[in-house]
Every structure is written in C-alpha cells, then in structure tokens.
Write a protein that binds this ligand. Structure first.
Ligand code: ADP
Length: 247
C-alpha cells in the first residue's frame, strides 16, 4: 500500500524534525458558537508520520478541533496550516478542493453513500477531484484488494458488516493519497473484533508513513494506534505525552 508521505518518519514515533516536516500546524485556535467557547487557544503541531490521538470528556472541543483541521469549519481566530497550506487564506472553493485532495476522513458511522456499490463509493473520492472514472475505479479496486475486501466491490453498503463498511471508508479516505488521515471515533460503532481489525489497519497505514490524527474516547485505540496522546478539557489542551504502542 502506498501513502503519499513516505518521506515521513515511517516509524510513526518521536518528535524529532517535526518543525521541518509538520503536516499540521495549529496556533491560537479559538472557536465560539454564540456564547459557547468550543476552543479556547489550542496550539498543536503534528509531524509527518506521526499518529496522534486526542482524548477528553464529551464537549471539550475534540470534534471542533478535528473539523477545523479538516477545513470543514473555520476558526473564530487563530491559524490552521495543513501540508503547508494556510486554510484561512483559501476561499470556499479552494478549501473544498484542498480537503478532497489532501485530507482523508473516516467517521464513527462511516458516511458511505447507500445508493452506490462499494467500488463507486471509493472511486467517487477521486472522480470529485477530476480523475477519469476508469482510472478512479482501477485505483479503488487496488485499495479494496489491499484492504481485503475486493470481493465486496459490487455490494451496497447495507449488505456490508460494520467492519467492512469502515474498511470501505478507509479506502475512500486513501483514494487521493492524503497528506493527513483524520479519524473521528473510527471504532465507536464497531464490535470489538471489527474494531481491532480497523485498529490494525490504522497501525499498518501509519507504519507505511501515513500521518494520522484521531479523536476517540477509546483508551485501547489510543494506546494501540497512537504515538502521541493529546488530552483536552474545556476547549484547551490539558496534557500531552508520547506513547509506547501496546501490541
Ligand atoms: P467533543 O467532540 O469533545 O464532544 P465538541 O467539539 O463537539 O466536543 O463540542 C465542544 C463544544 O462546542 C460543546 O459545548 C458543543 O455543544 C459546542 N458545539 C460544537 N459544535 C457546535 C455547533 N455547530 N453549534 C453550537 N455549539 C456547538
């Protein structure tokens, strides 16, 4: 399986050289929704090849942070740079294109399109960036094969297990060889066996150099997949430590 940032620290560990190779640079991030302060001055750097888990109680701002980094929402103040691009400088059209090309996302509930078979759910990610259908389907099939679900290519999402759906979602997220893979509770809707398979997949991807940022309540996921744990409370970062991955 190929990932774009194979020049990154493929070990996924350590923070050396992050400044030179930062994939994410967030500084002074604040987000208000009316009277609610969702983020209150968050700064974070993620180096190429790192796997970072963000944890913290419900409502502390984790999803808001992820959405800002994904360019799905804009900060009230502060800066978000991803893969060298200052997202605040992009208009909506360019931001959408940047997001499609450079960022892959997986969600708790997969967010697949019910009316499309597996292969087209995956291929669509590349078609939306202008890749011709044949080429997009060819790469989609390669990815499905690498993720062990090529035999499910013509099946619709409703006929897939939860674990298979998340694999399809991972394939879709990888279609454009993203600089950054974002995961919001990627095992949250899976039974423990399927959850473990998805964790193994995330570890494999990170070991191939894929930079990962995940938001989770799941200590096991964080400890197995992440090289660094960031904790949040009340819209701020409350702690940070490197992790030795548990096997
Ligand atoms: P977490 O992901 O840690 O559970 P969130 O980032 O979802 O936390 O939410 C942080 C705070 O911001 C919460 O108080 C939440 O209610 C509020 N919030 C998040 N998104 C919105 C929104 N679109 N509109 C209003 N308030 C929001």
């Amino acid at each position: 399986m190929t990932t774009e940032d194979s020049s990154g620290t493929a070990s996924g560990g350590g923070t050396a050289g992050i400044r030179e190779q930062a994939v994410v640079r967030v500084s002074g991030l604040r987000k208000e929704y009316g009277d609610t302060v969702a983020l209150d001055g968050v700064s974070l750097e993620i180096g190429a090849g790192e796997a970072v888990a963000v944890m913290g109680p419900s409502g502390c701002g984790k999803s808001t942070l992820l959405n800002m980094i994904a360019g799905l929402d804009r900060p009230s103040t502060g800066q978000v740079c991803v893969h060298g691009e200052d997202l605040g400088r992009l208009n909506e059209t360019r931001l959408a294109l940047f997001r499609r090309r450079r960022i892959g996302m997986i969600f708790q509930f997969f967010n697949l399109i019910d009316d499309l078979p597996t292969i087209d759910n995956v291929a669509l990610a590349a078609q939306l960036t202008g890749t011709p259908t044949r080429q997009a389907r060819r790469r989609a099939l390669e990815l499905l094969d690498e993720l062990g679900i090529a035999d499910r290519r013509n099946v619709y999402p409703a006929a897939l297990s939860g674990g298979e759906r998340q694999r399809v979602a991972v394939a879709r997220a990888l279609m454009n060889r993203p600089a950054l893979l974002l995961a919001d509770e990627p095992t949250g809707a899976l039974d423990s066996h399927a959850g473990e398979q998805v964790m193994d997949l995330l570890i494999d991807l990170n070991e191939l150099g894929q930079t990962l940022l995940m938001v989770t309540h799941d200590q096991v996921l964080a400890r197995r997949c992440a090289s660094r744990l960031v904790t949040m409370a009340d819209g701020r970062m409350s702690g940070e430590r490197t992790l030795e991955r548990t096997v």
